[in-house]
Design a protein around this ligand. Structure first.
Ligand SMILES: Cc1cc2nc3c(=O)[nH]c(=O)nc-3n(C[C@H](O)[C@H](O)[C@H](O)COP(=O)(O)O)c2cc1C
Length: 460
């Protein structure tokens, strides 16, 4: 079919098209498409596009749509219609700038809801409306996401209703950026994009193409309404439960080894990586049992957690959970403990020598699982090293009977222990796979996918 740019049409033709589209309840693009495809198309009260069927993934979903101040704001009218005809409800928030491009009247009419515009509205803020708005959504969509809104979000600013809602929310957020290609490419916007991605914000678009500003082209066009709808549908689609019916045991955190009732030996493991792996495996449908040493982070959702303190308790808990399809041993288990824990607090002796602690070796949990009679089909160990990373990981692979060793450099300069990022190498009999530096959540997601592939391959 031929294509046409509405903007380039003669003003009189444009006005006639606008009236005809409005009469028929279609967008100007749809009307033009229909005319181009079928010259005889009737133009009075004929439903133009068949109303889309209710989408199972969008039905009854509450979308809070934040409209930013860019030219692409007009596309939101179509977006609202597309979302509502698929069964979602749309609650609009408009920035002050957005109202320069489309009116709250049109937005409210299409959304069939009140349009929220003002942080200091007496009506809406009687019950702290910005907090309520941020909580009563299954997903927040920002379209168009202006450079300004992205900068505010990346820096935690909250000086208007849209940015206050975005800062107060725990709901997932999807941005559909739209801006001039030079703005999109500016180092400040690049930094903000990276920060937002790191904060777990999702993106759809922008696309490459012609800009509203005459003669300019590049990346910055907002994704089309149907592309945004597709991204929202994908977000709500039930996860691909590749590990449904599989039982996986994960260990996480440090172990603490008592010296006396008040003192112990421990390490700096935060449990962030192990907990993220347990959560990612559960997301893929696995029944996950997490055996965790003492950590200060919350238990991951959808995972059954056993809290332990010492290496001996961890080993007993893990072995009790066998048989399992896979074991992922992430915990930083203390290699040694103090022999014979004192039953009373060890006291300073006046003028006496400091106590001498004699260390004894702890049981090796990974090796125990790797050589167990009920060995899981897949055994994954972690090697936290400060030197000779790969050589030590290869040795560990052999000695412990593991299928993979996930090796990471935990020297103080790496920032891995206790930090939010990780740079890992997966060492196996078939070689070394190096993954780029990424967030611990991303490592977890990627590792969970690799585990799902491996379990499927073994099962075939
Ligand atoms: C005609 C016109 C078009 C604009 N288009 C965009 C745009 O597409 N993207 C963008 O980030 N800013 C655009 N701006 C600038 C924003 O409107 C401006 O940064 C505003 O402060 C954004 O406010 P908001 O982020 O609160 O909506 C445009 C400004 C004008 C005057």
């Amino acid at each position: 079919m031929a294509s046409i740019t509405i903007r380039n049409l003669d003003d009189t033709v444009k006005e006639r098209l606008r009236l005809r589209a409005a009469r028929n309840g279609r967008s100007m693009e749809e009307e033009a498409r229909l005319i181009l495809g079928d010259i005889d198309a009737p133009d009075i009260h004929v439903p133009s596009v068949k109303a889309a069927a209710i989408s199972p993934s969008l039905k009854d979903k509450r979308i809070l749509l934040i409209i930013g101040g860019g030219i692409a704001a007009y596309k939101c009218l179509d977006l609202i219609r597309r979302l509502r005809e698929r069964g979602a409800s749309v609650r609009p928030v408009m920035t002050r700038a957005a109202q320069e491009f489309v009116t709250p009247l049109s937005v409210g009419a299409l959304a069939a809801d009140h349009v929220f515009t003002d942080l200091f509205s007496r009506e809406d803020e009687q019950d702290v409306g910005h907090i309520r708005l941020s909580r009563e959504a299954d997903l927040i969509v920002v379209a168009p996401a202006t450079a300004d809104l992205m900068a505010k979000m990346a820096n935690g600013l909250a000086d208007d209703l849209a940015s206050a809602v975005l800062l107060a929310t725990t709901a997932p957020v999807l941005l559909a950026p739209a801006m001039n290609p030079l703005m999109w490419d500016h180092p400040a916007t690049r930094r903000n994009r990276a920060t937002l991605a790191n904060d777990g914000i999702r993106f759809v678009g922008p696309n490459r193409g012609e800009m509203a500003e005459g003669g300019e082209a590049g990346t910055g066009r907002m994704a089309e309404p149907l592309e945004i709808v597709a991204a929202i549908e994908t977000f709500f689609k039930p996860a691909d439960l590749q590990l449904a019916g599989k039982k996986i045991v994960v260990t996480s955190g440090p172990t603490v080894e008592p010296i006396d009732p008040v003192r112990y030996i421990a390490n700096r493991s935060s449990g962030k990586q192990g907990h993220a792996i347990a959560a990612a495996l559960a997301q893929l449908g696995a029944t996950v049992h997490l055996v965790s040493g003492p950590v200060s982070i919350p238990d991951p959702k959808g995972v059954s957690v056993i809290h332990v303190e010492t290496a001996r308790e961890m080993k007993a808990a893990v072995e009790k959970l066998l048989p399992a399809d896979a074991a992922v041993m992430v915990a930083a288990v203390a290699d040694w403990r103090s022999e014979g824990e004192a039953s009373q607090k060890i006291k300073k002796q006046p003028g006496g020598e400091p106590p001498v602690l004699r260390m004894v070796e702890n049981p090796d949990i990974l090796a125990g699982i790797g050589h167990h009679a009920h060995r899981p089909r897949l055994v994954v160990g972690f090697a936290a090293e400060t030197q000779d990373l790969l050589a030590n990981a290869r040795k560990k692979l052999e000695k412990k009977g593991a299928d993979w060793i996930v090796a990471n450099d935990v020297s103080p300069t790496s920032g891995v222990m206790g930090g939010d990022r990780n740079h890992v190498r997966i060492v196996s009999q078939s070689g070394v796979e190096e993954w780029p530096d990424m967030s611990k959540e991303d490592v977890a997601e990627r590792l969970a996918g690799k585990i799902a592939d491996a379990i499927r391959a073994v099962g075939q």
